[in-house]
Ligand binder design. Structure first.
Ligand code: FMN
Length: 169
């Protein structure tokens, strides 16, 4: 029934120090505002799971529709070997040793503060210690909706958001 909770935003999780891996993840949420804490559910069989356990940090990168090919590779292949098939480049992050993705519109640097298994996934909980973002995609603490932020509909189907803004009254 988890499809009832979709569409969900899609992100890329970067992990690893000596080797850099990227995986696609929908199951990500903000857990606290102050301090800013993020949780992401990752199955133990993912290579990313091993790297986050080892390195105790990760980066959440925000892809756009223009990166869909890379999002699909990161979500269907396992291990750092996939990176050579992707059209992304890595740049140094501000405060973590894990790299950021240059082409992503935001990179959120997280230090692992907790982890807990729930069913068949591990919830990795990270405190945000730094971030970088593209000023063409966000202005005054708001995403610019013309940016093609990506959401996952089902299987290999993705959507972006309506460019019209509807205001609650
Ligand atoms: C759109 C999409 C969303 C995904 N979301 C998650 C997720 O939230 N958690 C997870 O464990 N796997 C998720 N996956 C599966 C992993 O991305 C996939 O198994 C990937 O190959 C793992 O890479 P790794 O073994 O290199 O870490 C998702 C896949 C896709 C295509």
């Amino acid at each position: 029934m988890y499809h009832l909770l979709y569409p969900l935003r899609t992100y890329l999780i970067v992990s690893g120090h000596d080797e850099t891996n990227v995986m696609t993840a929908d199951w990500l949420t903000i857990l606290s505002y102050k301090p800013l804490i993020i949780g992401v559910a990752i199955a133990p069989k993912r290579y990313t799971h091993k790297l986050i356990k080892e390195c105790k940090e990760f980066v959440v990168s925000v892809p756009t529709l223009e990166m869909l090919k890379d999002v699909w590779i990161a979500g269907t292949k396992s291990g750092p070997g996939k990176v050579k098939d992707m059209g992304i480049s890595f740049v140094d992050s501000k405060k973590v040793k894990v790299k950021s993705i240059k082409e992503a519109v935001a990179n959120i640097e997280c230090k692992l503060i907790d982890e807990r298994n729930y069913g068949d996934h591990t919830l990795f909980v990270g405190e945000v210690i730094a971030y970088t973002y593209d000023k063409k995609a966000y202005r005054q603490y708001k995403p610019i909706i013309e940016t093609n932020f990506l959401a996952h509909l089902a299987l290999n189907e993705f959507v972006t958001f309506d460019k019209q803004i509807h205001r609650g009254k």
